[in-house]
Design a protein around this ligand. Structure first.
Ligand SMILES: Cc1cc2nc3c(=O)[nH]c(=O)nc-3n(C[C@H](O)[C@H](O)[C@H](O)COP(=O)(O)OP(=O)(O)OC[C@H]3O[C@@H](n4cnc5c(N)ncnc54)[C@H](O)[C@@H]3O)c2cc1C
Length: 288
């Protein structure tokens, strides 16, 4: 029986800030009441609560002519773990491509210390394992890019912890080796449970990725990688998470009478469609 609860604010205290990569951290929180959530769900954080960025938030509320919305962050922790955690990757500012500098992620990545109190709102999201998944599948395929690993890391850990009779294959795209979030933790899980977990790293900016180990390849995720990872399409369930086309990009393209160019998630969905993976065997989470 699943525990249900409404989405509401929780007072949380940062207990640790763990650097994952040069531009990402995991924040662990303690909360006054026990957080009830499922692996793969997210919480939200309202940027208006932080005095450090109050000026820019106020300016953006006016400049963008709408109140800045809360930002969503998937939990990187799974419910069986003792601490609630999110993992945030800093969005970098490139003035040629971005209308505005990113607001909240730089503060979360660089500006918080243990003991910091904040309000989080949670928990929600349908990117979770359905009950009884083992009746319809024996293979979970995770297809992730960058911070898109976060909810899949939680799902992957939960499936291993619950001893679900499922093999798992993670196909994880990054620019380079130094960008891989949870690299050591993932390698440890793969070493501990080789019969259950296999990891394929796809590094787009490393022409000799194989030098990092047998699970590494160079280039973007393509049809061949997915075909090999998925195997039997009738017994797999795919969880794909990463950057998708943002509403801003869609609007800007439409104003020019164009379709926005696909990002990671649209590309993966097109490949899965091409491979004839049924829609009801695909779950997606867009970070657009
Ligand atoms: C369900 C979900 C889960 C997520 N989980 C994670 C996670 O686990 N880890 C993680 O790191 N991220 C996650 N994200 C992404 C996260 O919510 C933020 O989008 C990300 O941190 C960037 O926020 P920001 O405030 O730094 O940047 P923003 O201020 O939101 O800016 C991001 C981009 O949008 C553009 N932009 C903003 N406002 C406008 C505007 N009005 N007009 C035009 N362009 C604009 C900016 O120029 C920039 O390119 C998740 C997103 C979703 C939807």
């Amino acid at each position: 029986m699943r525990e249900r609860r409404e989405i509401r604010p929780l007072e949380a205290t940062v207990t640790d800030v763990v650097r994952e990569t040069h531009d990402s951290v995991t924040l662990t929180f303690s909360t006054e009441e026990r957080p009830v959530y499922e692996a793969g769900q997210f919480l939200t954080i309202d940027p208006h609560q932080f005095p450090e960025i109050a000026g820019i938030v106020h300016y953006f509320d006016h400049a963008k002519a709408r109140r800045e919305p809360p930002r969503a962050y998937s939990m990187s922790s799974a419910p069986h773990e003792p601490l609630l955690a999110v993992t945030v990757k800093e969005e970098h500012f490139s003035p040629e491509q971005m209308a505005f500098p990113p607001l909240l992620s730089p503060l979360l990545v660089h500006g918080l210390r243990p003991g910091r109190r904040m309000t989080i709102v949670g928990f929600t999201g349908a990117y979770v394992l359905p009950p009884g998944i083992e009746r319809e599948a024996d293979h979970l395929v995770h297809v992730c890019a960058g911070s898109g690993i976060v909810p899949n890391f939680a799902i992957l850990k939960q499936a291993l912890h619950q001893e679900l009779p499922l093999r798992q294959t993670l196909v994880y795209a990054n620019k380079s080796h130094k960008d891989i979030i949870f690299r050591e933790a993932l390698e440890r899980l793969e070493r501990q449970r080789p019969e259950r977990l296999r990891i394929v790293h796809s590094l787009s900016r490393e022409p000799e990725a194989e030098r990092h180990g047998p699970g590494y390849r160079s280039g973007h995720i393509d049809r061949a990688v997915l075909e090999e990872a998925i195997g039997d399409r009738q017994r797999c369930v795919v969880y794909a998470c990463g950057p998708g086309v943002t509403p801003f990009e869609r609007k800007a393209a439409r104003q020019k009478g164009l379709e926005p160019p696909p990002r990671f998630l649209e590309t993966v969905l097109a490949l899965l469609h091409d491979l004839k993976v049924e829609k009801n065997r695909m779950h997606t989470e867009s970070y657009g």
